[in-house]
Structure formats: C-alpha cells, structure tokens
Design a protein around this ligand. Structure first.
Ligand code: F6R
Length: 626
C-alpha cells in the first residue's frame, strides 16, 4: 500500500528518494511521484512503474537537497496522474494554471475521514482542488495555516484531521525542512550517518543501505527534519525524545536467483523459512513467546500469562486469518482451549462479549495491517490485556503494541500473495498450541518429544512436497483455461482449502471458492459441471471416508476432481479424477505441507495466464488503510 520516503540532506537526494520507492514497491501501488526543493518546488508523477519515474527524473535532471516521494495505492480517486502524490497547494485562489509557484508539497498514506467537510471549507476560502483525493485537502489545510513555519502549520493541521495518516510535507519558503506526522499509519525517522541528513519512510526497508539508525514514530508524533538535526513532539505537541534503534533492514530487492518470480522463490524458500523459524527451539517453553521490550527490557512473561488465560481470541485478515482458522483446530484439539477466530475488520466494529481471561492473538506478516491493529486496540479497550502477536517483522507496530510476541523468520516476502509467511505463521501457531497445552498440564513429555521431532522433520518434508512441482504444472495447464474453481477440505484442511482458493484468485484472477466438503450438498453442488474443476485436500485423517463420499457427489455430476491425497490414501487417478500423492502422511502438521501444492498450482496457473504474478492487480502487500 502507499509508501513514503522523505529526506533533508546536503547532497542531491533524488536517487535516495527513488531507490527508497523501489524498495517499497513490494507493498503494491498504481502511481508514484517525487517532489523536491530545487529553488522552488518541482514534481514528477507517473502512473507507470518506479523504474519509469527514475528515467523521467534522470532525463529531466531533477535534483534537490530536500524532497518527498510516494507510491500511491488508490483509495479516493482513480489511479491517474492528477491524483498521484505529491500534491501541491498554491494558496487560495491559485491553482496549477496560475503563475504563482506552489507553496506546499505533500505525500500521505492513510484515509482522512472528514475530507469532504474540510474540502468544502477550504473551497469556501478559495482553495482550488485539482484531484479527487483526500490527500489534497491536507496540502491546502497546511497552506491555510502557514505563517512562515511549516512545523507549526502541520501541527495546527493535524489537529483537524480525523482518520489515519502518515504525511511528509515540504515548503517553498523553507528549503531545508521536511515535516512528518503520523497517526494510524506507519512512519519512521532515519537518522543519517554523518549528521548531515535525516530521512522519513514508511518502513525501514526503504532506507536499507542509507541508514540503519531508526526511530519508530509513535501515534500523534510530529517531526521536524533538517539536514543536521531533528525534533519530535508528541500528540500533545510536547517535545519528546524517542529511542534510536539499530535496525538491519534488508533491501527488498533480493535476488531472484534461478526463479522467474518472487512468489516462486518464496514458495521454494519454505524449508529454509520453517527451519529458521524453529531454530533454537529445543523444547516447548513459554519463554519462546516472551515480549520484546514493551514491559521493560525483557518484555512480559508468557509463563504468567499462559497460566492466567482460559480462552484464545485470534484476530487477523486474509491469509493470516486462515492460518488462525487452522490453529483453532490445534488449540481446541491439542491444548483444549476454547478458541475464537475473528476477521479483524469485522471484530473491531461488532458487539462482542469480552472476557479478561482471554489471550488475544493477532496474526500478521507485516505487523502494520490497519484493521488488525484496530481490532487489537478494540480488544484492549474491552479490558482484554493479555496480547500476543505472531508476526514476521520484529520492528513493526504490532510487535510494539502486543505484550508477547513470536517472530517468524520467513524473511522479507516480496510477492503480494503470501506463501512462506503463511507456513511460518502455522509453525508459530503450532508452537503456541504446545506451549499453552504445556502450561495447562495437557502436554506429556512423550507428546512434546514426538511433536518436536515432527516439527524438525518439516524442512525435509517440505522439500519432498516441492518436488511435486512438475505435476502441479501439468494441472495448471487445465486450470489456466477455466474461469471458476472449487476447493474442498474438511476439518483442519478446510482452512487450507480456503487459502488455496485465495491464492488462486489473487494471482490468476480465476474465481475460486472454498467449502468445507460436508457443505457441498447444501448449495455449491449446484455449480458443479465438467467446466468446474474441483480441488480436494484429502489427507489420510479421520475424515477421509467422509471426504471420499463428497468426492463421489462431485463425480456423479460430471465434475472433474483434482485430489491431493496422502501416500497411503486409497484414491487413484481415473476418468475425471487426477490424483497427486503427497510423499508422506504428516499428522497434525499436515496443513503446512498440503498448502504447498496449492501455492504451486496458483503460481503456475498465473504464469500460464500471463498475469503479473508478484504484483496482482488492485492488491497491496501491506494494507495500512482500513
Ligand atoms: C494474501 C495476503 C493477504 C494478507 C492480509 C493480511 O496472500 O497476503 O490476505 O494476509 O492482507 O496481511 P498481514 O498478514 O500483513 O496482516
């Protein structure tokens, strides 16, 4: 989703700004732009890729010591150049066609909820709007408060904003200053190495190779950046010192190696990612989940919390929500703890019955998802203070907001469709299940040893599943010609069917739906024809015989089946039934393995259809707005 980079420096900062945008490309965007102070304010915007922006600024010899840059993911207004950021304010009565130069340039990530009222009042004061965005309102608002001090103008403006924002602004009359502010959307400050420059960005990755000295701005902070100094005030506009952390952010532009796309690379990285996630797990100890700083140097104690709670509430979105749905089966089946899984965007707005003895678990690969963060705050506002996150970014807002944390080690995920982040979440959730079972005295030493052995086998097991790729390529040739697909699973594998359908629709644009197989005859069976491929996740578990009956129902209606069966499952390929045999039966950990062929199926079908696999249309990697 939208990405921000800003800099106040004593060197030409345009290359740093545009490279920063390139590192934020993975978040998803549909236009981009940069504005610098070069005597006056000048900007370059495009609905093309950041690489084209780079060519444009190079050809036009755009240079400046102070600047702001942005990748936009359209919310208010279509993805066209006049809606792209940075937005200018020329002052009342003036617009792009006037001879007066612009006074304020602004980039924004978030959604301003009262933008219509603000727009009307600014228009009444003579401000001319040239976009449909909520962002342009902020540019004019800052201009309306401007009286020779941009910092003061931003402070006055943010008081009038309702909604979520991270902003960066520069001003014609103050060539060495960038002002930033955040509430509800992420923004970091990067402290330059030699005291001659400072930066703003949506995340530390944008500044990889530029600085590793990072300040995570907090809710309501406003920051004044100049080449050799910076100054932060908090939400009450009182001066505040924020900790500077050393953050080793890796550039998002990891090499593709032998792979065609990041999605393929990330699918194949799963044995490594799971191995890293489980590294150092010698036994099931609650300390695996201890907080990372919020409650003092060592964080909160998971041991105390796990003993105190008697329920789990999981909050997440999208793929992360599906990992939570799978974890419910483990938490109730193994740890015997009542577990509720909620879509974050629903939970935050519905009336629910809170219980303070609940462990609130957020699952998020990015740690910045606006709905999940808001759902967490909502749960806390209802008196549920035991919070834990399963997250892939140790420095994210979510990790800072939760008392306990388990950091998965998937590594940076560039492909918008989540793959290795999902399987590492499952690994973290399985460990959480065992830790809770142990805290409740429901995990015998023998079971602990057995589960740990099975977990340690996962990287090898994943390698053998990845070796099925040629068979999935063959399936993908059939799927590439279809416009609909149905996914079926039962029990623990129903969430895997849901995830398989999500992967297929995200990257291939094929309409895919998933059902708990027992639901088939209650409606979706009406859809089944020879044109509707039906994927079935069929491990050799207690529900296999039931699932087989469901598959008969599909075959009897002429539906063509694509079955992922365990090695020892008696389902064979025949007319209308294509079977891929999984190398082993994986027991409770089976979801981590069965999802992999579904990822490969989606990936290869997308390749066959020629879609933009790593950046599917309309989607963003980091969903930082509601
Ligand atoms: C789909 C996908 C999304 C995310 C969702 C939540 O492949 O990646 O559905 O899972 O946007 O994102 P996080 O996990 O960052 O909270």
């Amino acid at each position: 989703m939208c990405g921000i980079v800003g800099a106040a420096s004593s060197r030409n900062i345009v290359p740093v700004l545009v490279q920063g945008l390139q590192r934020l490309e993975y978040r998803g965007y549909d236009s981009c732009g940069v504005a610098v102070h070069a005597g006056g304010l000048t900007r370059t915007r495009t609905t093309s890729r950041v690489a084209d922006l780079l060519t444009q600024v190079h050809d036009d010899q755009v240079e400046g010591l102070t600047g702001i840059a942005h990748t936009r993911w359209a919310t208010h207004g279509a993805p066209v150049v006049h809606n792209a950021h940075p937005h200018f304010s020329y002052g009342p009565g003036e617009g792009p066609d006037s001879t007066k130069p612009p006074r304020v340039a602004l980039v924004h990530n978030g959604i301003i909820e009262n933008h219509e009222a603000l727009r009307a009042s600014l228009q009444a004061r003579g401000y001319v709007f040239s976009s449909q965005t909520d962002t342009e309102v902020i540019a004019h608002l800052i201009d309306s408060h401007y009286d020779g001090d941009l910092f003061e103008a931003v402070k006055a403006s943010v008081k009038q904003l309702h909604g979520a924002y991270a902003i960066a602004a520069i001003c014609r009359d103050e060539p060495h200053r960038v002002i930033g502010a955040r509430a509800g959307s992420p923004l970091i400050l990067g402290v330059g190495a030699d005291g001659t420059e400072n930066f703003l960005a949506s995340d530390a990755m944008a500044l990889a190779g530029v600085t590793d000295q990072i300040v995570y701005l907090e809710e309501g902070d406003v920051v004044d950046l100049q080449p050799g100094k910076y100054w932060i005030v908090d939400r009450a506009h009182k001066p505040v010192a924020r900790t500077v952390r050393t953050v080793q952010a890796h550039s998002g532009a990891a090499e593709l190696g032998p792979y065609r796309h990041y999605m393929q690379k990330e699918i194949f990285e799963q044995p490594r990612a799971i191995g890293d996630t489980l590294e150092g797990v010698q036994g099931i100890v609650p300390e695996l989940f201890d907080g990372v700083g919020q409650d003092g140097a060592t964080g909160a104690s998971a041991h105390r919390v796990f003993k105190a709670i008697d329920k789990v509430l999981i909050l997440a979105c999208g793929t992360s929500y599906y990992s939570g749905c799978a974890a419910k089966y483990w938490l109730e089946g193994i740890a015997k703890i009542p577990t509720q899984v909620e879509i974050a965007s629903e939970y935050r707005y519905r009336d629910s019955v809170p219980d303070p003895k609940t462990l609130v678990v957020t699952i998020t690969q990015s740690g910045e998802t606006a709905d999940t963060l808001a759902a967490l705050k909502h749960a806390r506002s209802l008196g549920m203070e035991h919070t834990l996150t399963i997250c892939n970014v140790a420095t994210s807002a979510m990790v800072r907001e939760c008392k306990l944390a388990y950091i998965t080690r998937a590594g940076v995920e560039i492909g918008v469709a989540s793959t290795k982040a999902f399987t590492t979440q499952l690994a973290g959730l399985f460990l959480l299940t065992l830790a809770l079972a142990q805290a409740k005295g429901r995990l015998s030493d023998a079971d602990e040893a057995r589960y740990l052995k099975e977990m340690r086998h996962l990287p090898v097991a994943l390698q053998s599943v990845l070796a099925l790729e040629p068979q999935l390529i063959s399936w993908s040739e059939d799927f590439a010609r279809k416009e609909n697909a149905l996914f079926l699973g039962r029990g623990l594998h129903y969430p895997i069917a849901l995830e398989g359908a999500l992967k297929l629709k995200e990257v291939t644009y094929i309409h895919a739906e998933a059902y708990a197989a027992g639901e088939l005859k209650h409606g979706p069976l009406a859809l089944v024809t020879s044109e509707m491929p039906v994927v079935a996740v069929a491990p050799n578990d207690a529900l296999l015989e039931k699932l087989k009956s469901n598959l008969q129902e599909v075959r009897a209606r002429g539906g063509v089946l694509y079955v992922l069966a365990d090695r020892d499952t008696q389902i064979d390929s025949s007319e209308g039934i294509h079977v891929i045999r999984m190398p082993e039966h994986y027991g409770a950990l089976s979801p981590l393995l069965h999802v992999v062929p579904l990822q490969l199926l989606a990936y290869h079908t997308a390749c066959a259809r020629g879609t933009d696999v790593d950046k599917p249309r309309n989607l963003a990697k980091s969903v930082t707005v509601e």
